[in-house]
Design a protein around this ligand. Structure first.
Ligand code: CMC
Length: 368
């Protein structure tokens, strides 16, 4: 019998220069820089540039990029029309998937896969996804679209377009940190999906649309949303242990815990948890903190399984004011940087990704 690597676990399928995940040292490097250092002091715009170009931007490069990002923030009329046609009963991931597809269909550079065109499309997506997500959140609350503001940076403007008021400095910083931490994570399921699509020489937007589909699942990006459903189901810290025992007895996967690569804790969690703590202090949300800590401690005691990034980011997005279903589209807004960096890397040294399978169906047979 062939040695089958179910789920491609442990299989190294290609090289990448974009990020390095090291579970032994519990580190994650973007182009060589520890993600914690980037989260401590760099804007999400600088991190996006770093992922695409391999180096942090010079002041002039950053100014040029920020100008392009600000110019691409407004929701294009055909994209807004597509969002308006999508029922508010649909999942917001379906909306952002559709909106990105429509944006690509209207992009004159859609079929141009030169490095310059690919980068321009990546910048346009980076700038446009916040408007899609913010508008979708607003229309679900019966609110009007809020146009972007040029005097705000990416994170400030994202929150402005969503809530129609300026966020506190703590809220802006926590949001920025979440964007930096979610941006890139080597060959995770959605990034690999984007690379598979790119490997057929398909276009950048098709690869991103496919990646959004992969991210939606609760074993991947959908976990940040699922964490809050778990918190709501439990209801309070005093019920967490009994709930966990029941859930584990039913063989349920506890959302926000465990990781395919990190087995001793996700390197991004301490940074995101510290950011969440700042929001908890600002909102005096001690009950949320108690539930968070009790469930994590109980999970560690029973299964020795640690939280992943989705565990602290779910509660943080709730405190920032987003509806639970909007959490995974926020992950899209961030990860679109990593996806597009990988699309460009794949295209630069392409080989069609086409694995083999072991056939276990009926032997050859013939119609009567
Ligand atoms: N709850 C309960 N048991 C778990 C969990 C969990 N969250 N994660 C792993 N286990 C158990 C699993 O049941 C198995 O036990 P046993 O050997 O007794 O059958 C063992 O740990 C190994 O698990 P696995 O599912 O084979 O490990 P994997 O590497 O295939 O899974 C995972 C990784 C992320 C799919 C899994 O941990 C999981 O389902 N977690 C919950 C969903 C989640 O939080 N996903 C976010 C992932 S990280 C951020 C992102 O990519 O978005």
């Amino acid at each position: 019998m062939t040695d089958i690597k179910k789920g491609l676990a442990g299989v190294v399928v290609d090289t990448t220069a974009i990020s390095k995940v090291n579970p032994e040292t519990n580190s994650l490097l973007y182009r060589g820089y520890p993600v914690q250092e980037l989260a401590a002091g760099r804007s999400f715009e600088e991190v996006a540039w770093l992922l695409w170009h391999g180096e942090l931007p010079t002041p002039d490069e950053l100014a040029g990029f920020e100008k392009a990002e600000r110019a691409g923030r407004a929701l294009a009329p055909h994209v807004k029309a597509a969002i308006d046609l999508t029922p508010v009963t649909s999942h917001p991931m379906d909306v952002v998937r559709t909106a990105v597809s429509v944006l690509g269909a209207g992009d004159p550079r859609a079929e141009d896969s030169s490095p310059e065109a690919e980068l321009a499309k990546a910048v346009s997506l980076f700038a446009a996804v916040p408007a899609m997500v913010a508008y979708d959140q607003r229309r679900r609350r019966g609110q009007e679209l809020v146009p972007p503001r040029d005097d705000l940076d990416y994170s400030q403007n994202f929150l402005w377009m969503t809530f129609g008021e300026e966020a506190t400095p703590t809220a802006v910083d926590v949001f920025r940190i979440s964007m930096v931490l979610y941006a890139e994570h080597s060959f995770n399921a959605s990034t690999f999906t984007a690379r598979v699509v790119t490997s057929t020489l398909s276009d950048l937007h098709s690869a991103v649309v496919a990646a959004i589909g992969a991210l939606k699942g609760p074993l991947h990006g959908g976990a940040n949303e699922a964490v809050m459903h778990v918190f709501d189901e439990i209801g309070g810290a005093d019920r967490a242990e009994a709930w966990l025992d029941r859930a584990l007895a039913e063989k349920r996967k506890i959302m926000g815990f465990g990781h395919r690569v990190y087995k001793n804790g996700d390197s991004r969690v301490p940074t995101m948890k510290a950011a969440l703590d700042r929001l908890i202090a600002e909102h005096r949300a001690q009950e949320l903190l108690a539930l968070y800590e009790t469930l994590a401690t109980a999970m560690d005691a029973r299964k020795s399984i640690k939280p992943n990034l989705d565990y602290p980011s779910g509660p943080a997005y709730r405190l920032l004011g987003f509806d639970t279903e909007m959490f995974t589209p926020l992950f899209v807004a961030s990860r679109v940087t990593g996806w597009t960096a990988h699309i460009m890397e794949q295209r630069a040294a392409n080989a069609l990704i086409r694995p083999l399978s072991e056939y276990v169906g009926p032997e050859e047979r013939h119609l009567p």
